[in-house]
Design a binder for this molecule. Structure first.
Ligand SMILES: N[C@@H](CCC(=O)N[C@@H](CS)C(=O)NCC(=O)O)C(=O)O
Length: 260
């Protein structure tokens, strides 16, 4: 039996064990990744809602977490694309920017992970991803606007740039986590802000430790607690890919001037 087959059987077994009530958490059986040999797209605009994704892309992971958290596993189908070997139809027929994530819904295709978090929150049922409280809403926008700068500061440091900018970026997260005291998350309760940062922190933590011997949680107790709380959110856990694979992909695709 091939390894892939074994993995599939093991995932199916996990799901079955849960259904029979033995109590393990159910792991969704994930659809196979589509590459260039997959010559036909899924039947587009047939009313099915699809999330074109990659299991290893942090932007796509944001939308995957949101879909899981809102309990939309049966409503939003995952269509994983192999980014190293994209099917031609993805750019030609689905999403001309040829990036993931992209959401097919109501005969339209939309991209951009942060926009998709808002879109999914307003167009689908399930627990809200954004708070109603005006102060929290405003802070959510501030934190979402900071995500790119945060990522850029860390990537720049990993490539030999300023340590102080990277460290200030993590300090901003630590400070943000102190703002609301009704929970361990950025807005107190779990929200889209946690979803926006988690895939990046998940990748940066081991990378900084391995490449720079830099522990992001040292002197940042709120961040350490947030990481622990995130690890208890099943919607996020379901999306956590093999850390070694993620690290290797990040080195190859983002830190291209480093050997992997
Ligand atoms: N700003 C976009 C970024 C999406 C993005 O850059 N996705 C990467 C994968 S992580 C991608 O699809 N790149 C195109 C490629 O690899 O061919 C978002 O937030 O959704």
């Amino acid at each position: 039996m091939t390894d892939v087959g074994a993995v599939e059987i093991s995932r199916t077994m996990t799901a079955l064990v849960t259904i029979t009530g033995i109590g393990m958490e159910s792991k969704e059986v994930l659809p196979p990744v589509l590459g260039s040999s997959s010559s036909e797209p899924p039947p587009l605009f047939d009313g099915t809602t699809r999330l074109y994704t990659s299991y290893v892309c942090p932007y796509a992971q944001r939308v995957w977490i949101a879909r899981n958290y809102k309990g939309l596993q049966d409503k939003i189908h995952l269509v994983p694309i192999n980014l190293q070997d994209k099917p031609a139809w993805y750019k030609e027929k689905v999403y001309p920017p040829a990036k993931v994530p992209a959401l097919e819904h109501n005969n339209e295709i939309r991209g951009e992970s942060l926009d998709l978090l808002k879109y999914i929150d307003t167009h689908f049922e399930g627990p809200p991803l954004f708070p109603n409280d005006p102060a929290k809403k405003e802070f959510a926008e501030e934190m979402l606007a900071f995500t790119d700068k945060f990522g850029a500061a860390v990537v720049s440091y990993l490539k030999g740039g300023s340590e102080s900018e990277m460290s200030a970026a993590f300090d901003k997260l630590e400070e943000a986590l102190s703002k609301f005291d009704d929970g361990s998350f950025f807005l107190g309760q779990f929200s889209a802000v946690d979803i926006a940062y988690a895939p990046f922190v998940q990748r940066f933590q081991p990378l900084l430790l391995e490449l720079k011997n830099y522990d992001i949680t040292a002197g940042r107790p709120k961040l350490a607690a947030w990481i622990q709380e995130m690890d208890k959110i099943d919607a996020y856990k379901q999306t956590k890919w093999d850390p070694q694979e993620l690290t290797s992909i990040f080195k190859k695709r983002v830190l291209v001037n480093l050997s992997s």
